[in-house]
Design a protein around this ligand. Structure first.
Ligand SMILES: [Zn+2]
Length: 224
């Protein structure tokens, strides 16, 4: 990893901590500029049943800033695009425009974007970011969020035949991808756990897996 200016794209507040927490903390400690972009307003998560979407959006905004602080970043390092949660797919054009605008402002040396998985928002931001940034000039990486449990090579497909074909073709395509760059969590593992703890309300919904797969010796990034 180079110590350059980094732009972290997160579909929801918490994805950045799950996938890149230690990387962010490591860069912040090294004095590198890091900007986190949260694409959705987070209003559709499960807690909305209890406190309502508007309030939840406010809570998650606050949590994102708190989690960033745990990783060593100031509040202004977090930018909110505020697209409606779970509806990124319906806002592809404006989303593309918005992330291009942020990148033009930040001028990142490295861009970290979510690896596609079965969450529609994750998939959408992943695809839109590829359109915007694949091929440079910034180094472009994808980070897994639910990769380990929601295996991305089994994308939902309409129809059994198509599903079967993808069951064969997708793993081969996945296997052909460049090897992941591994970044040691090391002394930044605690900070990552602190950031995840800020998101405890959300973590309760996604279950124990986060700690099994996020509290690890390395974070993985796929170069594109
Ligand atoms: Zn997410």
């Amino acid at each position: 990893m180079t110590p350059g200016r980094a732009l972290i794209l997160a579909p929801h507040a918490d994805d950045e901590a799950i996938g890149c927490g230690a990387l962010i903390a490591r860069k912040a400690a090294a004095g590198a500029e890091v900007v986190i972009v949260i694409a959705s307003d987070g209003r559709a998560a499960k807690r909305a049943d209890e406190i309502g979407g508007d309030e939840l959006a406010r809570v998650r905004r606050r949590e994102a800033i708190e989690a960033a602080a745990a990783l060593g970043l100031p509040p202004e390092a977090v930018r909110f695009l505020e697209f409606e949660d779970s509806k990124l797919d319906q806002n592809r054009g404006p989303l593309l425009e918005a992330i291009r605008r942020v990148a033009a402002d930040v001028q990142p040396d490295e861009i970290y974007s979510p690896h596609s998985d079965q969450h529609a928002d994750h998939r959408t931001l992943s695809e839109v970011a590829r359109v915007a940034f694949k091929g440079g000039p910034a180094h472009f990486f994808e980070y897994p969020i639910r990769y380990w449990v929601r295996v991305p090579w089994v994308q939902p497909q309409p129809g059994r035949v198509k599903a079967l074909i993808h069951l064969v073709v997708d793993p081969i395509r996945e296997w052909r991808r460049p090897r992941a760059v591994l970044v040691r969590t090391g002394e930044y593992r605690e900070r990552k756990l602190d950031a995840l703890a800020v998101y405890a309300g959300e973590m309760a919904n996604v279950g124990h897996f986060v700690y099994e797969f996020a509290d690890t010796e390395y974070e993985a990034f796929f170069p594109l």
